[in-house]
Design a protein around this ligand. Structure first.
Ligand code: ZN
Length: 270
């Protein structure tokens, strides 16, 4: 049976809350872990954010997000590499051991070319990550985002990238929303094994009214979250379970009440 001790919440899940309110809200609700989105660092300042997080004693699980490596010009690709190095530095500053990579895609660029550029991008930052003692996790995204967000759409593609990169600093984030439909999911989770660095949960609403911002609480949709969790635990994962929900509906309500609903859904359906 789950208790709350592995629960982590993404600041994007409670997007209307600035970092200060998110920290206070999570602590009040007994949520032990936080994943910080970079946009919630903006306006606070890195030093101040780091201090707030340290003082809160929340476990900082990861920083979201790096990636977006493909670009049509060398300058754009270099900008992405530099920005990812900054993300690694930010993660180190706030005590996050992991940067999650939404790898990127460019409309009209062949996906195979985008994947080459992603490989090049990650290999260009891996030494920086190792020096900072910050890991990197490739998060495969649902293929509906292959136009603009990620050319890495399956666990198989992510595993192939790990095989090419051969670095203990690079692994995979399994997000149920993006991979639940994959017929090879269980096999590819086994193949990833200890390279699974983090685990994101939410649910796929039926019907889904918006392809980005209509994700559901666990139990509100058709994803068998406990099944996928069992697979990744069988593969050796025992880290935090991160609730990451983009939802205009849930963002519109009272975020403290929403946190209580998240806790109930987490205990019942994760
Ligand atoms: Zn995710």
């Amino acid at each position: 049976m789950l208790t709350l001790h592995r629960l982590c919440i993404h600041t994007m899940t409670t997007k209307p809350w600035p970092l200060r309110e998110a920290i206070d809200g999570y602590v009040r609700a007994g949520v032990p872990g936080i994943t910080v989105w970079r946009q919630h660092l903006e306006g606070v300042g890195l030093d101040e954010a780091a201090k707030m997080l340290r003082d809160s004693e929340l476990r900082v699980v990861s920083l979201c997000r790096g990636g977006f490596f493909p670009g049509v010009t060398i300058a754009k690709r270099q900008f992405a590499i530099d920005d990812n190095k900054r993300a690694i530095d930010e993660a180190r500053a706030i005590g996050a051991p992991l940067v999650v990579l939404v790898c990127g895609a460019v409309p009209h660029m062949p996906l195979a070319e985008a994947r080459n550029q992603i490989l090049h991008g990650i290999s260009s930052i891996v030494d920086h990550a190792a020096q900072a003692q910050v890991k990197l996790a490739i998060e495969p995204l649902h293929p509906m985002y292959a136009d603009t967000r990620s050319a890495v759409n399956t666990m198989e593609q992510a595993n192939n990238m790990l095989a090419a990169l051969q670095s203990p600093w690079v692994g995979i984030t399994v997000d149920v929303y993006h991979v639940w439909w994959d017929p090879y999911l269980q096999n590819e989770i086994q193949r990833a094994g200890k390279s699974i660095f983090s685990f994101h949960v939410c649910d796929w609403r039926d019907p889904t009214r918006d392809l980005l911002n209509d994700r559901g609480l666990m139990g509100e949709g058709c994803i068998n979250v406990p099944q996928i969790r069992k697979w990744i635990e069988d593969a050796g994962f025992d880290g935090p379970i991160e609730v990451e929900i983009f939802s205009d509906e849930h963002w519109a309500g009272d975020q403290a009440e929403y946190l209580e609903k998240i806790k109930v859904a987490y205990l019942k359906h994760s």
